[in-house]
Design a protein around this ligand. Structure first.
Ligand code: ATP
Length: 202
């Protein structure tokens, strides 16, 4: 899967609709301090399902919405669209109907986030899994924020292992294992309850 386009509306400093075409190979973003380079990387992480406001340098997720400037009022929503070339048809079945996959995340003040994939509503978890399985998830080591290299050098082995797992595309498996363990626990509790009821009937 190859990212081909990023579109931002009302996301942080990108108040007006802004489209960036992403070509094959290395992409560099250059510009003066404060022009929004890091905001672009954060938009990529966010549309792939990042849910930690701190990873967006904010205290709440609504901080990603354009907060207003001297000459512009604040916006009520932020939207990021990521277009992915899926001509290799490697996306999971729910997303694999077309060669071009368009994932949209929108956050509205007081109404939270919603996702769409090719126009249809999608669950946050499915979008997160889609990108985690493709090794490009919101925690992907391919997205390097400022200060991250020194953090990595000083990281504990456990944190380093997580980065290798993300690169290997197996972090989605951990999430699935966690969900399966929760289901197993709930089922065990239900079985115990059934045993109790049967015991009372006997
Ligand atoms: P540097 O090169 O210094 O790291 P940068 O190009 O990476 O800078 P960013 O950190 O991406 O720049 O952008 C910072 C700018 O984004 C600041 O001007 C800040 O005011 C603006 N900004 C961040 N969040 C919002 C928001 N919610 N609404 C409006 N502007 C915002």
């Amino acid at each position: 899967m190859q990212f081909t386009k990023l579109r931002l509306v009302g996301f942080k400093s990108f108040v007006d609709p802004t489209e960036l075409l992403i070509h094959r190979g290395l992409t560099g973003v250059v510009g003066p301090n404060g022009c929004g380079k890091s905001n672009l990387l954060e938009a990529l992480r966010w549309v792939m399902g990042e849910n930690r406001p701190t990873a967006m340098r904010g205290t709440g997720m609504e901080d990603v919405i354009f907060a207003g400037a001297a000459s512009r009022p604040a916006r009520n929503y932020a939207e990021v669209t990521l277009t992915v070339d899926n001509s290799d048809r490697l996306a999971p079945p729910a997303f694999n109907q077309t060669d071009k996959l368009e994932v949209v995340r929108r956050i509205t003040r007081d109404a939270g986030s919603a996702y769409k994939a090719n126009g249809a509503e999608a669950r946050a978890r499915d979008v997160q899994m889609l990108f985690a399985d493709a090794s490009t998830g919101s925690h992907s080591p391919a997205l390097v924020r400022q200060g991250q290299i020194s953090e990595l050098i000083n990281a504990k082995p456990r944190a380093r292992r997580r980065i290798l797992e993300e690169a290997a595309g197996i972090s989605g498996l951990y999430q699935r294992r966690h969900e399966a363990e929760l289901k197993l626990k709930a089922t065990t509790a239900n079985l115990e309850r059934v045993d109790d009821v049967l015991g009372q009937l006997e």
